[in-house]
Write a protein that binds this ligand. Sequence first.
Ligand code: GDP
Ligand code: ZN
Length: 340
Amino acid sequence: METIPGLIVRCQSGFYTVETGQGSGVRRLVCRLRGRLKLGRPFGDTAALGDRVMVSEQPDGTGMIEEIAPRQRALVRLAPTARGPYQQVLLANPDQGVFIFACAQPDPHLRMLDRFLVIAEKQNLPAVIVANKVDLVGLDGARGIFGHYAPLGYPVIYTSVRQELGLDELRRILAGKLSCFTGPSGVGKSSLLNALQPGLGLAVRDVSEITRKGRHTTNVRQMFRVESPDAGTAEAASGSGYVADTPGIRSLALWDTQPEEIDGYFPELRPLVQHCAFNDCTHRHEPGCAVLRALAEAQIHPERYRSYLRLRYGEAEEREKGTHHRWREAHHGEHGENEP
Ligand code: GDP
Ligand code: ZN
């Protein structure tokens, strides 16, 4: 039987759209999954968005997934079920997390951004920040909000769909990679994708609709192809990028994270903690705390410190609520973007 390599670009209730071929030969094939592939796998999604697969073509014009390549990494959520925890794969083989926030309308939710960054650090996923709607506050204003992230090692791209600003820079960062694209509602994710890749035709909502909760949600997971801005030139070797719309990343649980681990997920705190006088320092009130000293010397951004406290101590309390919290994450995570 002849099989061809491809990439799962869309999943919907047991059907997988697989993209095969390259350049002008790209084709999409709607596939099902060979049942035997589930044998011996953990209880969870056997095939997922981002999986590299081998498919065979069926006489009826559909496809069959015959093989799934081992995942380099995956964004996995554990969903409790009557049969035990189900491993839900939000995205297989992501190369980077791209976190989109608006400079205004809605106000930037930096606490959520910091939470995304911690999740990315925990998953070993490089992170990029997109500050959209720069037109509303000006470039200086935008730098005032997001500028302190760049020295931490997180590239910040300033964009405006309205003014067509920063779009090539964003295309370049996406080229040749599979990016997990996420951010709160209303920040302009659909608008950005439409601007990056004309022809996608994603629905962009009216500002008036944004406050209304619960955008129509389906269980479709999909990714979009974004062409490199250098297509047709030598740099185009890096190829087109794929952007996966992964709202659920917000709910990737931190409940299995030990509070002490959180220090390590803040790049600016990581090198300091070993200099605290007490090795069980909570960085809240201890004498000889290197974190408090750096804060006093303005080496650490106060908002980042506040996010750290929130993630380390605030969520520890939530964690103690145990199963309720897990249940909530599993059931509402996907739609929870409007929650504070
Ligand atoms: P999503 O929920 O993140 O997908 O956001 P949408 O793409 O649906 O956009 C939400 C609203 O923000 C729409 O009214 C867009 O027209 C508007 N919007 C998107 N990008 C920009 C921008 O760069 N500047 C301004 N001023 N508005 C924008
Ligand atoms: Zn300390």
